[in-house]
Write a new protein. Structure first.
Length: 361
């Protein structure tokens, strides 16, 4: 009897050894919890799932293997050489993080039958490949009620410290060199590929943190923001009123605030990640800056659009004067959205089910 195997191909070595197929391990990584669910769906149809490194380490005699590839990895070609059928390619990574992949997208994904990608890349998918808009998979579906309006802080942001363009005074020359290299690479891709000419929001995020960090009613949560290790953003030194902290449950942390700064890595069509959904699930109204087509994914009644303000000062004034009844109305809109079919498309079970269908068709 021929054994059927789905091989998950990823360049993340931390995920190898089938670790990412363990529910507790996958829950540590945003958007990865659909993989153990997919494994369960496949097993219901007598199909095994394993990571590419495990598959390549075995002899795999008398098997029929199908590839689910996260972008492409150093193992992709080896899988094809072992007669693994390239069924599905998927990428939920930001286009300003792996521009090399999106730059040559049509070449990389041509062997596959299905592609799950952000909407803005649909025009680059070959006609032989079926395009599926990638919808970020969420693991929760109910809003935390949290404390009442009067007991909440004003504003929160949950984001890890990224070293992309930051300057660290304690490692001045090293961080300057790193920032210059990153900027040069990004400038190159923007020059050679019109599809990659979209706003990079790393600096906008840093500007927002620099503006609000001294406010008593603003909190920043995330890894790497040690108060003693200040960072300079466009000549502005970050001086926090309350020292940033890590948090085990970002949704629970945001539930203590009225509003949340919610900036994506970039402003690209269809690039909508867990950031806005985590705010909604926390019952914290997001101030969103990211995908220009965000209202196709989340109703405008559920968030505040950062693009509606001239600058951060105008935003702050609006948040401080925001009426409680309007805030309550937005939270009611959030509840209705989270219970709707539109949000159900973003559930991790929906993605896992669609992938199982494409892999075993």
């Amino acid at each position: 009897m021929v054994e059927r195997i789905v091989v998950y191909d990823t360049g993340q070595r931390l995920f190898h050894g089938n670790r990412i197929l363990d529910p507790e391990f996958a829950a540590r990584f945003p958007g990865a919890s659909f993989l153990p669910i997919l494994k369960g769906y496949l097993e219901e149809q007598d199909c095994t799932m394993m990571t590419a490194d495990v598959f390549l380490a075995e002899r795999n005699a008398n098997v029929e293997a199908f590839c689910l590839s996260e972008a492409v990895s150093p193992l992709t070609r080896r899988l094809f050489d072992r007669a693994v059928v390239p069924k599905v390619v998927l990428s939920g990574e930001s286009p300003n993080v792996i521009p090399w992949f999106y730059r040559r997208l049509d070449t990389f994904i041509r062997p596959f039958r299905h592609a799950f990608l952000f909407r803005g890349f649909s025009s680059r998918v070959p006609s032989s490949v079926t395009f599926h808009p990638f919808l970020w998979p969420t693991s929760r579906n109910a809003m935390l009620e949290g404390p009442p309006w009067a007991e909440r802080g004003l504003l929160v942001m949950v984001v890890g410290k990224k070293h992309r363009y930051m300057i660290d005074p304690k490692r001045l020359f090293r961080s300057l060199a790193r920032a210059s290299i990153n900027w040069s690479k990004w400038r190159y891709y923007r020059t050679v590929d019109p599809l990659l000419c979209f706003p990079d929001l790393y600096e906008a995020r840093l500007d927002a943190i620099a503006y609000f960090c001294g406010r008593a009613d603003f909190r920043l949560f995330g890894k790497g923001w040690e108060q003693k290790n200040m960072v300079v953003s466009r000549g502005k030194r970050l001086r926090f009123h309350a020292a940033p902290e890590e948090c085990e449950d970002k949704i629970a942390a945001m539930a203590e605030f009225r509003f949340a700064l919610c900036f994506e890595n970039c402003a690209f069509p269809g690039y909508v990640t867990e950031k806005i959904f985590d705010c909604l699930l926390a019952g914290c109204v997001p101030v969103y800056y990211g995908a220009p087509d965000i209202t196709d994914f989340c109703p405008k009644e559920c968030f505040i659009d950062f693009r509606d303000f001239r600058d951060l000062g105008e935003l702050e004034e609006s948040l401080r004067e925001f009426p409680q009844n309007e805030w309550n109305a937005k939270r009611q809109a959030i509840r209705e959205f989270l219970s709707s079919n539109k949000f159900h498309r973003h559930r991790q079970e929906s993605l896992a089910s669609e992938l199982a269908r494409c892999l075993l068709e």
